[in-house]
Design a protein around this ligand. Structure first.
Ligand SMILES: [Zn+2]
Length: 262
């Protein structure tokens, strides 16, 4: 089975903290795959201007960049999206999950296990409000799997504990949709001192930290799904995948602003 890959531009965001190099004009994309059988598969769901965790933030997201509308503009019915692959659960990938009420969401089990090993600052990378109500629709994945013919989920870890990428067969050969696999924000975020984080937590950042009910609720769901416990997979360096010479695109790939994938 081969897939056509549509890139959907979801907008730009900017994050600034005093004393740290700003993240400016980060383009954000979502991919819509269409199988030869007409099946629609979405990879990640983008960001919301309502939730960008930083001291000073801004974004550009026009109506046509918001997901359901962007899918309609490509000529597809968003209600027909039954499969959503989540490369990971960072806030700039999860904001649109609630727009796909009929979908099943494929997430690595290690991504949930990793949520119990976050350093305190790292909570702000994740927005449980985007997906907590959708837990019943989550399909937990353990390691590498062939989701459908021609569509592989490959666990990479690294960027997050359960980060995964997608390899799709296309008319021009296999294409890797790499999520955030090559990126590591840890250095950037570690440049803020613990005191600085504490001030952020008590002030403008308060709403980006998790309320106390979230971890117990998540733990109960994980027990029910029998996925509690330590992280199972190793982090595989991005270079390992790059070496195979396949076409690869991240979800923030600036090349996609100028050229179509296929
Ligand atoms: Zn990320």
């Amino acid at each position: 089975m081969q897939y056509a890959i549509h890139q959907i531009f979801n907008g730009y965001f900017n994050i600034m903290f005093k004393s740290v190099r700003p993240m400016e004009n980060i383009p954000c994309f979502v991919f819509l795959l269409v199988g030869e059988d007409g099946e629609l598969i979405l990879i990640d769901t983008g960001f919301s201007p309502e939730y960008i965790p930083g001291l000073i933030t801004s974004s550009q997201q026009e109506a046509e960049h918001k997901l359901p509308q962007a899918i309609r503009n490509l000529g597809y019915d968003p209600a027909e999206v039954k499969t959503v692959i989540m490369t990971h659960l960072h806030w700039d990938h999860t904001a649109g999950m609630q727009d796909f009420a009929a979908a099943r969401f494929y997430v690595q089990a290690d991504e949930f296990r990793g949520l119990f090993q976050l350093n305190p600052n790292e909570e702000t990378y994740f927005c449980p409000a985007h997906w907590l109500k959708l837990l019943p629709q989550i399909e937990v994945v353990e390691g590498d799997v062939e989701l459908r013919p021609g569509l592989q989920l490959i666990r990479t870890g690294g960027h997050t504990k359960g980060h995964q990428i997608v390899e799709a067969a296309t008319a021009s050969g296999p294409v890797l949709l790499a999520g955030d696999a090559p990126f590591n924000y840890d250095l950037l975020w570690k440049m803020i001192s613990p005191e600085g984080w504490q001030l952020f937590r008590e002030g403008p950042g308060a709403r980006f930290y998790w309320d106390q009910s979230i971890q117990p609720r998540l733990a109960a769901w994980m027990d029910e799904r029998k996925i509690s416990g330590p992280i199972e997979g190793e982090a595989i360096p991005w270079e390992h995948f790059k070496q195979n010479g396949r076409l690869a695109y991240t979800l923030h790939d600036p090349r996609l602003l100028k050229a179509k994938i296929s």
